[in-house]
Write a protein that binds this ligand. Structure first.
Ligand code: FPP
Length: 252
């Protein structure tokens, strides 16, 4: 594919040694993208899956090690039944067509969220995708499906209470212990959160894990999010001063 001038400029300006390890994305605006074009909302989600394909490839090529995509929230069940049903058909279609490419790119698929409440066919599709890619050593592609951060935190608290009662936890609970009870237990926190479509909210996504993440918002709707937008986000990220609450030597 031909690189645009801006893409080339960004690729030249991005420091390959400072690529964010974990990028999380709230993929928003499928509906508005479709409605503004006189298309059905389903068409917006269909195009959204195309953007998922491209973004997975671009992220992996760029050297991002973990990509977490918010694909369906615990609140999305409140949408009309036809839309929920369409969204629930996407993981199966995605894995059916995308598995060879995921294998070629050495991508390992995982799921975060309450899988028990997902339709059986979705559970099966994601489990198969995870199983077949489990030995891949490249980028981890984490799909958040039926995910809600408050529910995740409560799940962790309840499991901690049980484990404390069973005597499995000695000497109190610190941040590290707590993190291990979340769906993201084995992963470092996101360095960068991207949200498309101009909304500036976190929307119950990774509330604990985003404590020190850099936030990057764009007005672009998710179906229009392209490589150049990903590069812009990474370029901006590399110019942020991450202090984690401290001050830098130069500021003393
Ligand atoms: C938000 O747009 C998007 C969603 C609720 C669904 C996101 C899902 C995908 C992009 C596809 C997921 C892909 C796989 C493989 C599972 P919106 O509908 O809220 O847009 P709006 O705010 O403009 O209405």
């Amino acid at each position: 594919m031909i690189k645009t001038a801006r893409e080339q400029e960004l690729l030249g300006a991005i420091d390959p040694g400072k690529i964010p390890f974990h990028v999380a994305i709230i993929m928003d605006g499928n509906g508005r993208w479709a409605v503004e074009k006189g298309l059905s909302r389903h068409e917006g989600h269909r195009q959204g899956v195309e953007t998922v394909r491209e973004t997975v490839k671009n992220s992996s090529e760029l050297g991002i090690k973990v990509l977490t995509l918010f694909a369906f929230s615990t609140e999305n069940w409140k949408r009309p039944a036809t839309e929920v049903s369409y969204l629930m058909s996407l993981p199966e279609k995605y894995f059916k067509s995308e598995l060879p490419e995921l294998m070629r790119n050495n991508v390992q698929v995982r799921l975060i969220g309450d899988r028990e409440k997902l339709p059986r066919k979705v559970q099966k599709a994601v489990e198969e995708g995870s199983e077949k890619t489990k030995n891949n050593s490249g980028m981890i592609l984490n799909f958040a499906l039926n995910y809600g951060s408050r529910a995740e935190i409560l799940m962790a608290v309840n499991r901690l209470i049980n484990d404390t009662r069973d005597g499995k936890i000695k000497g109190g609970i610190n941040e590290k212990t707590f993190s291990q009870y979340l769906y993201t237990s084995a992963l470092p926190d996101p360095d960068l959160l991207i949200r498309t479509s101009g909304e500036m909210r976190i929307s119950n996504f990774l509330l604990w894990q985003l404590a020190y993440s850099e936030l990057w918002f764009t007005d672009v709707y998710w179906p229009d999010f392209s490589k150049v937008h990903l590069l812009e986000a990474v370029f901006d990220y590399q110019r942020r001063k991450r202090r984690f609450g401290k001050i830098q030597d130069s500021e003393r």
